[in-house]
Ligand binder design. Structure first.
Ligand code: SF4
Length: 583
């Protein structure tokens, strides 16, 4: 075909296409935007979701509105942003959301709650009252600071927002009696505490409007460790398969993240990363205002029916609020997302007993923080009862301590009086290196029961900072070897152990005791009378210590007969709904 004809045909084609586009441009534009803005970005930013949150206005000057040729903008002072973040991390370290505390108080009124549920929840309410005094944070693990932000495109700060936000986090952890938990990697294996709890995880997105919304979270390690992602397929998307899956995953959660939990599950997602981000937001309640049905455009939604099923699975697990009962979870959220036809990410996670999430917003009226409960003592019951407890004198030789424990049944509550050695992950690694080098274990590790824990900073007037237990399972790999050398024969921490630890207790006459997780301020205020660093001071909060305790509550969870309290709870019983649904 001659070149000039080809050229004319091309011109005609573009002419026709332009005429078609011009005539249909509105509908073309509409079709493009129909699936994009509110259903994806809007749902993440929460701006289009109902927000019944009560806020308090900070005593800071409201941002100025400036007029430019491109329209009006809100000019936020970076110092205001820093102050907002500092106050957010202060508040969430010491005060709880009112709704969380009301849910805890409700457990005490529930005749179906177990005595152990009520014992744990009573302790958590007392813990909240002590923490609200503003010195001892609610938990010794004061978390990884996470700030998620949705910045309106008409909001200006004039700086890189990471800078004032990081300073706000630094100031909150530096000025209060919180704990520095972040480890910098010097190379693949050598690590060092950063001594500031930095870096913070900061994640800011751009949205429409002239408001800046923030969600600040302090997530503890034990709580974060319960987040799990499973790459599933269409085969999971039927009621029988989904319920079976839910029940298995809920039972596998265990109690190491200090129940009662706010439990969440997310089904679907355009990527695993989207699924996990949605999960994080769901556990904080950020997505509570989502619609409750799906749509052909791929709308995100909460499924209330499956939320009921998830909560039922938590109750049927019988793990309860740490030591058996009904309250593994206070509530449950299930979010359904669109997905690629060939992929179905599913995740499960929790917000733990230290439910540290706080909303903040900046708009033309000022800077606001979510109102948290400053007087939790009003929710304390007039009287409380504890299950009967035997006293164990820790001043006696280890053989006598073990003999006293041996007389008690699995699951019994004991009150400990006397010295405990304190050692957690890094000290265990150092002690294992000693053994590998052919050197003996230190006497303090053999002579005292070992408490797996690492405290927050010490406020004036206290022997220790907030000082609850850490997750025992991380020490499972060391237990048998240490027990075979006559050390670690009585261990104290939180959560379940591996079958090998239960077997090692039987082989070496050992015990594993569990104390209440999430009641760290209460333990520091009422149960720890002295503390000294024994070894490895360079490890900071992970240094080996000797503490003296009084009336320190603990349950016998593994005994010298090979008994495992949690394994007994989880074992399906003939005729139970749990067994019926699984088989
Ligand atoms: S309450 Fe338990 S899981 Fe939560 S941060 Fe504290 S120790 Fe970790």
């Amino acid at each position: 075909m001659p070149k000039d004809i080809k050229y004319k045909m091309m011109l005609q084609f573009f002419d026709c296409f332009f005429a078609y586009w011009y005539r249909n441009r509105r509908s073309l534009e509409w079709r493009f935007f129909d699936v994009a803005p509110d259903r994806a970005v809007g749902i993440y930013c929460g701006m289009q979701l109902p927000d019944p949150t009560e806020y308090r206005r900070l005593e800071l000057a409201a941002p100025r509105t400036v007029k430019t040729s491109a329209g009006e903008f809100l000019l936020v002072d970076p110092e205001g942003l820093r102050r907002l973040v500092e106050e957010a991390f202060h508040d969430l370290s010491f005060y709880f959301r009112p709704a969380h505390l009301r849910q805890l108080a409700g457990v005490l009124e529930d005749p179906a709650a177990s005595d152990n549920d009520k014992f744990v929840v009573g302790a958590l309410l007392k813990n909240a009252a002590i923490s609200a005094e503003g010195l001892l944070p609610m938990c010794q693990d004061t978390g990884t600071a996470t700030v998620m932000g949705w910045k309106g495109e008409r909001v200006l700060t004039g700086v890189d927002d990471n800078e004032p936000i990081t300073r706000g986090v630094y100031d909150a952890y530096h000025k209060n009696y919180l704990r520095y938990s972040q480890l910098a990697a010097l190379d693949m294996f050598e690590e060092k505490n950063t001594g500031s709890n930095l870096p913070a995880q900061i994640d800011i997105g751009s949205v429409a409007g002239a408001e800046y919304r923030l969600l600040c979270i302090a997530k503890g390690g034990g709580s974060a460790n319960k987040t799990a992602l499973f790459q599933q397929s269409k085969a999971l998307l039927n009621p029988a398969a989904l319920e079976k899956f839910m029940r298995e995953k809920v039972a596998a959660l265990g109690t190491a993240a200090c129940p009662p939990y706010h439990l969440a599950m997310v089904v679907g997602g355009l990527s695993p990363e989207m699924n996990l981000k949605t999960l994080k937001l769901a556990t904080t309640g950020w997505l509570d205002g989502l619609p409750e049905s799906g749509s052909t455009e791929g709308r995100f939604f909460r499924d209330r029916y499956w939320e009921g099923k998830l909560l039922e699975a938590a109750r049927d697990s019988r793990l309860g609020a740490q030591f058996g009962g009904k309250y593994l979870a206070l509530d449950a959220r299930v979010v359904r997302l669109p997905r690629h036809a060939g992929s179905c990410p599913v995740s499960i996670g929790v917000s733990c007993s230290a439910d540290r999430n706080i909303k903040a917003k900046i708009n033309a009226d000022g800077l606001y923080l979510e109102k948290l409960e400053r007087s939790p003592e009003r929710l304390l019951p007039a009287s409380s009862s504890a299950p009967g407890a035997a006293r164990i004198d820790l001043n006696r030789p280890m053989s006598e301590i073990r003999a006293a424990l041996s007389k008690l049944p699995l699951g019994a509550l004991v009150l400990l009086d006397g010295p405990l050695a304190v050692a957690r992950d890094s000290v265990h690694a150092r002690l294992a290196e000693l053994l590998a080098a052919g050197r003996p274990l230190p006497a303090w590790f053999r002579d005292h029961p070992v408490y797996y824990a690492g405290p927050a900073k010490v406020p004036p007037g206290y022997a220790e900072g907030s000082f609850g237990p850490t997750t025992a399972q991380r020490m499972d790999g060391y237990a048998r070897e240490f027990m075979s050398r006559g050390a670690s024969l009585v261990m104290l921490a939180k959560g379940n152990r591996s079958p090998d630890v239960a077997a090692a207790c039987k082989d070496f006459g050992g015990f594993y005791l569990g104390t209440i997780g999430g009641a760290a301020a209460l333990l520091a205020a009422e149960n720890i009378s002295s503390s000294e660093v024994l070894d490895f001071p360079e490890l900071g909060m992970e240094a080996a210590r000797r503490i003296t305790v009084k009336n320190f509550p603990a349950f016998i969870l593994c005994d010298d007969q090979g008994g495992d309290y949690y394994a007994g709870l989880l074992r399906p019983r003939p005729g139970s709904p749990k067994e019926g649904r699984h088989e």
